[in-house]
Ligand binder design. Sequence first.
Ligand SMILES: *Cc1c(COP(=O)(O)O)cnc(C)c1O
Length: 461
Amino acid sequence: MPSSAAKMHSSSPATKALRDQVLKYARERMELDPAPLDGPQTLKYLQEHASGTISETGLGGTKALKVFEEVLAPACISTDHPGYLSFIPTAPTEAATLFDLVVSATSVYGGSWLEGSGAVFAENEVLAWLAKEVGLPKSSGGVFVQGGSLGNLSALVTARHTAIQERKKNKKKMPKRWSIIASKESHSSLKAAARVMDIDVITADVDAEGRLRGKAVLAAAKKAGKGLFAVVATAGTTNFGIVDRLDEVGKAAKELGVWYHIDGAYGLAGILDQNSKKLFKGSKYADSFIVDPHKWLFTPFDCCALVYRNPKLASAAHTQHGEYLDTLTDGGEFNPSDYAYNLTRRARGLPLWFSLATYGVAAYRKAVADNINVAHKIAEVIRKREDLKLVREPELSIVVFEKKGWQLADYEAWSDRILKQGLGFVTPSSHLGKPNARFAIVNPRTDVKLLTQIIDSMDQK
Ligand SMILES: *Cc1c(COP(=O)(O)O)cnc(C)c1O
């Protein structure tokens, strides 16, 4: 082993050549404008074309890269393609993608101040900026975690831990079951978090526009009983991009004396658009919030900003103690790992930091506003077409519409066809059991012309 281990880390001519090859590949991928959309392959195809890469001797970098370039990469949809409109796409800036390479190349450890103070400082600058935009005080803080699901879970764990501590302090009885309130339109990750935590989700009704309101929270609280410890509002639902009434929900949470969490994984980025800012009125009441920069803040996967009004409550809930960790946890310094369910962590906030530092916040405001404008313009096009119907008026950058007379099979056939053509990736969605088409627009390269082309393609065979 020593000889091959040394080979893996040395700067031999072969390693230098590989470095050039891989960086060249990365550069060429980044220079494609856009990269081909590509698409999934069958397991059988991949077994035939890419099996046997793991062996005692290895293929050598050149061959392994060739397998990736020719077989594996084309079997992955380009999520940053302007025609990728399903789920929530991603559209990292050039600076953010480049810096993601640097985060790897420098082996920065992002879990503790001792090891990564410089990176932690820069990440915290970004979190402080986000907190300010949302209206939280300077004393707030948090951590970049892998995704919104982990962000929501970590926030709710903190909320429950705080509720337990308060009940202990006040010598109150513990409830039989713990519960949270969230709306019908809230994200599936809340139910997933509830399963992990063994708590109940009390579902609150939404109004005609799909928004959670204060009254519905208070009504749901009656069903929740004594174990209610948090209310979750969604700032931009994943299906429609609808923002709950954050002010009313926040006030209701205060009235109930429970934690107020805002799930803004997709939509909270919309607060950067001056015209949309009013939708987020009341965000300042949050005890915690999340926003996924890998969704709508132009950052590579995977990146979720989790911010707490009082970060001490989070470290009390999450800090891991162990003999080998005491030197980190006893110092009183800011260790990002202490603020979520994680320990070892990539400094995944650094690409966003570098990108913000490079382009400035105003460029972000404009990019988000442009996406919203494109969404509203294509909604106008849809409104004018007799064969199409908007399911709801768009609020942020998600547009959902039906084609009259179409069944699920029609949407599926169309979706498959345009993916094969490399035009777009629009998987069917549904509302109240009725299938529809959904555009989630977070890519500055997605324009009205392309979206119109995609709509027109519904009539082609
Ligand atoms: C996407 C999303 C999540 C989950 O985030 P991941 O990063 O996919 O884990 C949670 N809440 C909302 C509202 C979302 O849109």
